[in-house]
Design a protein around this ligand. Sequence first.
Ligand SMILES: C[S@@+](CC[C@H](N)C(=O)[O-])C[C@H]1O[C@@H](n2cnc3c(N)ncnc32)[C@H](O)[C@@H]1O
Length: 238
Amino acid sequence: MNGVLKNRDLQPELMDDPKLSPELHDQALEGLRRINRLSSGSASMFRELRRHHKRLQRPLKLLDIACGGGDSVVRMARLAETQKLPFQVEGCDISGHALTNAENLAARHNLVNTRFFQRDVLRHGVPEGYDMVTCSLFLHHLTATDATDLIRNMASACRLSIQIDDLKRSIVGYWLAKAGCHLLSSSPIVRFDGPQSVRAAFTLDEIRDMANTSGLAKFSLTSRWPQRWTLKWTKPCQ
Ligand SMILES: C[S@@+](CC[C@H](N)C(=O)[O-])C[C@H]1O[C@@H](n2cnc3c(N)ncnc32)[C@H](O)[C@@H]1O
């Protein structure tokens, strides 16, 4: 790998700045929404939840942590509604403004099977009571120690399974992010945070090591388009 991307370069992202203006934050969430439409892993998360339901035949609850503008939550809740499946899909985030944006999105779709709440998952942990706990585009914001702890906490909090999606640190991924963020959004936040996220992302080997260190047995780690990875784990005996 190119020298620049050989090691992680973890810098604070502009979207995480609590002083970010509501206008710039909304514009960035809208840009991220456009990117998520092309690349999100929520359809695969939904398929996993549906698989659990087929086997257990009971209502299920999913929590998406660091949910941002609620794109994944809303997509999964809409799929559940269309397919008449008894799923409650919830999201939590540290940012009150992102949660308002997510609530507005859910309201625009008249969803009644969603809920959003504020939570700093690093300080206050992952809440219990959910069958499946998911997380997308958040791990690369964290140090390796915090990311390993988060994987462990998600696994311990969930009743059935976890699924984590994020970017791969790679040269192709870096240029895809640079071009994609430029084409899909005029937000200066997205245009900075996109390529920076790739510089801070983990490689597949690093994720595999962290999943092993966090004590997950028999997880699956796959690469997917566009320069992303997905980590899936199901609790033993589920
Ligand atoms: C890049 S966004 C990803 C949003 C969403 N998951 C998606 O895929 O579009 C990262 C999100 O992590 C949230 N976040 C940052 N630190 C957090 C923390 N300690 N606890 C919960 N959420 C956090 C930010 O507010 C932001 O909404």
